[in-house]
Write a protein that binds this ligand. Structure first.
Ligand SMILES: Cc1cc2nc3c(=O)[nH]c(=O)nc-3n(C[C@H](O)[C@H](O)[C@H](O)COP(=O)(O)O)c2cc1C
Length: 337
């Protein structure tokens, strides 16, 4: 265990992000196509204090639209919440950040990690790791434009030949970033291979602002191991929350009490899936129904007949159809594993 290992009681302590005091060291990451208002409502139910993020939104899109995109809609009851922006134009980013604050965001997060070609080709996301001058200018301009903390989420580097995160992170800190979330993979890795937490430890040692560890946090045990190995100030969950909005709450509960919360039964998870479906339908209509298919499939794992149910749920054309399939599965009684 490295010398910078945190004392477990420290995990229950508040975390200061500039002027913002967070009462939880667990974060639900921004996930495009996933962390909408509905999903966040479910995460918040089980994790009363964790920081939540919107899906990333383009500052250029905000600049051109007359009304704000739906992904920027937040509910005051969600606090603490951050709106995540991406782009390569500092002026657009500053204007978008001001709109995010007007929406009620308690911090503005800048995406410098997205590996998707469509985004990197236009100079956004992880391509900023190769444009540190631009990255620095974005942070400085956004910091000057808003009075909430400005944070950055990024990766280790472009690829294994260009791991530049330590110098890059220092420049962001000097430019005024108040917190850094580090996904322990390179852009080239995408979501493959193990997250390299050892790099997060190096960055934590090099910075004075809080560093949040991200990558492969799929359980309470992984969260503990990650904090022990990195000395990071908190952990951010991502894919572990897909079909499992309980994860952030489970970790938050453990950090605060030292006790493990009872895991939901399969029937409870499927009931939650039904609720998720209904809420998406009410919030987004037909588009919500189509988006719900993947969520419902994610809820179905680790019980007899899960694969078949997943396939059926992936093809639903109405809320009733989805609810009936889930009802049937719940009532078969096979689920009490
Ligand atoms: C479907 C999906 C959507 C994502 N969308 C975003 C996003 O909008 N903004 C962002 O910073 N990261 C996004 N990410 C990256 C995750 O937040 C996270 O950094 C990554 O999944 C690593 O964590 P994990 O190994 O625990 O999944 C996305 C990842 C996935 C799988």
């Amino acid at each position: 265990m490295p010398n910078n290992s945190p004392n477990p009681t420290a995990w229950a302590k508040p975390l200061q992000i500039g002027t913002l005091t967070l009462h939880s060291r667990v974060f639900q990451s921004p996930l495009s196509g996933v962390t909408d208002l509905v999903f966040r409502r479910l995460v918040r139910r089980y994790a009363p204090q964790a920081m939540l993020y919107t899906e990333m939104v383009s500052a250029t899109e905000i600049h051109h639209l007359r009304t704000l995109p739906q992904v920027m809609e937040i509910d005051p009851q969600e606090n603490p919440i951050s709106i995540q922006l991406f782009d390569c134009r500092p002026d657009f980013m500053a204007a978008a950040a001001q709109k995010a604050v007007a929406q009620g965001a308690q911090s503005v997060d800048i995406n410098m990690g997205c590996p998707v070609n469509k985004i990197t080709k236009k100079g956004g996301g992880s391509s900023l790791l190769r444009q540190p001058d631009v990255a620095e200018a974005i942070v400085k301009t956004v910091v000057a434009a808003v009075d909430v903390p400005v944070t950055v989420k990024t990766r280790l580097g472009w690829d294994d030949q260009e791991i530049n995160i330590v110098e890059f992170a220092q420049r962001l800190q000097d430019a005024g970033a108040q917190m850094l979330t580090l996904h322990g993979r390179t852009r080239a890795q995408g979501y493959n291979g193990r997250a390299r937490w050892q790099w997060i430890a190096k960055v934590k040692q090099a910075l004075s602002i809080p560093v949040i560890a991200n990558g492969d946090i799929f359980s309470v045990e992984a969260a503990i191991a990650c904090l022990e190995q990195t000395g990071a100030d908190g952990v951010m969950c991502s894919r572990g929350s897909l079909g499992y909005p309980y994860l952030v709450g489970e970790i938050e509960h453990f950090f605060k009490t030292g006790e493990k919360r009872r895991a939901p039964t399969v029937a409870e998870k499927l009931t939650c899936a039904q609720e998720h479906l209904q809420m998406l339908w009410e919030y987004k209509g037909q588009r919500g129904l189509f988006q719900a298919r993947k969520h419902l499939a994610w809820y179905c794992k680790d019980f007899p007949g899960a694969a078949q149910l997943r396939e059926q749920l992936f093809q639903i054309n109405s809320v009733q159809e989805g609810k009936d399939l889930l009802d049937q599965a719940i009532s078969t009684g096979k689920l009490c594993l």
